[in-house]
Design a protein around this ligand. Structure first.
Ligand SMILES: *Cc1c(COP(=O)(O)O)cnc(C)c1O
Length: 431
């Protein structure tokens, strides 16, 4: 047994300081067993906890670390930058440098505004959409996560009600009422929602590659249908690419599907492991943002130079030709090996993947909607998670979370992880 004594003690201590002992709820290991791992350091695809256990990491800080831990060029540029101070509250040349690099290589946006998290990016994008259209309602999809924005912590109401119900205490009903929730990949529901609410709706927000509640890959035709409806009814289409941006290609899901959204949001990878978010659109839409326009949005630490340096050094490496092809091929092979092994054993397990994202799905069928996920199967994930930790493989601590492969994962890392995966799955299915 790998010991988790130091992590356990640190977790007990952390409970004195933080609600639930954590600063973000999923970290608490509520749906898997044991105390959360307190990580001390990472290098490449591996990270080490306070007890000295080393794990091959498939969580990658929930997505940002597409280059793995402690990337040399990111570290070097951060150190060089931080030597000049940490924050000035003024524009910096480094902000320009990252902004230019993104816009030069991203054909779906013309201007961008940096913020400090994905949540902040989404919150600002919604305000922008409301400011531009003068309308207030938002259509979102069940199973898409857009950060902890009040009006988006909402799921479908029960029965026939299409207005949302908040999924958190502290959200006024009147806010939740501004949000309409419909199922993913369902053209009829989309059509009905537009017929009823389009004249009051500012925007539709979607994760074009939904990856926060399993990996619910959508039909391209559904996304195209969404684009058409939005254009026809003066409703802005927001692609929340906080997770898919720079992940399935430099131009994210927009580039992958060839669909032009009206506003895009970014986070995670864009900061190279530092807290950065951003939203972007064409120049006309972005001209509504203060100080050019009347939509107010600001941030004391926005475009923080150290974070800009990390983002620049990371994104620069993603632009190297072949970067995404190699990573996608590696991921597809990894997913295919697990899936075909499971099939050979007669286990109910599918491993959908796209770009460098994969998901372990305990189901026979392709799943495109949140309510098709079998919640009972999460017991299987719990066992799997535990067995994998014992064998030195770290997955995000919930069966609803996707896994990520980074450019730092070597063939050796993946071969070891596959061995651990097969052994662990035998425990899940055979015992
Ligand atoms: C992670 C995520 C967010 C929230 O970003 P934070 O930086 O955690 O605030 C929003 N939308 C999507 C699609 C995400 O994956």
């Amino acid at each position: 047994m790998r010991k988790r004594e130091k992590s356990a003690a640190l977790f007990e201590e952390a409970k004195k300081y933080f609600p639930g002992g954590v600063n973000s709820p999923v970290r608490a290991f509520k749906s898997v067993s044991g105390p959360p791992l307190f990580i001390k350091k990472g290098k490449g695809a591996r990270m080490e906890d306070e007890d000295g256990n080393v794990y091959i990491d498939f969580c990658c800080s929930w997505g940002p670390l597409i280059l793995g831990h402690d990337n040399e060029r990111v570290r070097a540029f951060v150190l060089e930058t931080v030597a000049n101070g940490t924050s000035f509250g003024t524009p910096t040349a480094l902000g320009n440098k990252l902004g230019k690099m993104i816009l030069d290589n991203h054909s779906y946006i013309e201007k961008i505004r940096f913020v400090s998290s994905g949540t902040e990016a989404v919150m600002s994008a919604i305000r922008l959409a409301r400011g531009v259209t003068g309308k207030s309602k938002v259509i979102k999809f069940e199973g898409c996560y857009h950060g902890h924005v009040d009006s988006l912590l909402v799921k479908a109401g029960s029965g026939l009600a299409t207005f949302g119900e908040s999924t958190s205490a502290g959200i006024p009903e009147s806010f939740a009422k501004e949000t309409i929730v419909i199922p993913l990949n369902d053209r009829e529901a989309l059509k009905a929602a537009f017929e009823k609410h389009a004249d009051q709706t500012a925007c539709v927000i979607i994760e074009p590659i939904p990856a926060n509640n399993g990996l619910l890959l959508q039909d391209k035709s559904f996304l195209e249908c969404l684009r058409l409806h939005c254009s026809k009814h003066n409703v802005l289409l927001i692609f929340d690419e906080v997770i898919s941006g720079f992940r399935v290609g430099f131009e994210g899901a927009a580039g992958h599907y060839g669909i032009q959204p009206d506003i895009m949001t970014f986070g995670k990878i864009i900061g190279g492991g530092m807290p950065v978010g951003a939203y972007g659109a064409n120049a006309e839409i972005m001209s509504h943002i203060a100080p050019d326009g009347p939509v107010y949005q600001a941030g004391t630490l926005s475009a923080n130079p150290v974070a800009m340096a990390a983002g620049y050094a990371a994104l620069e490496q993603l632009l190297i030709p072949g970067f995404y092809d190699r990573l996608s091929a590696l991921t597809r092979r990894f997913a295919d090996v697990i899936e075909s092994y499971a099939k050979q054993q007669g286990w109910t397990l599918r491993v959908p993947s796209i770009g460098s994202i994969f998901w372990l799905c305990f189901s026979e069928d392709r799943i495109t909607k949140a309510d098709e996920i079998d919640s009972a199967s999460m017991e299987k994930f719990k066992v799997l998670h535990h067995e994998l930790l014992q064998r030195g493989v770290y997955l995000g601590p919930s069966g609803y979370e996707v896994g990520f492969i980074s450019a730092a994962h070597t063939e050796q890392d993946l071969a070891e992880a596959l061995q651990a995966m097969q052994e662990s799955l035998h425990v899940v299915f055979d015992e």
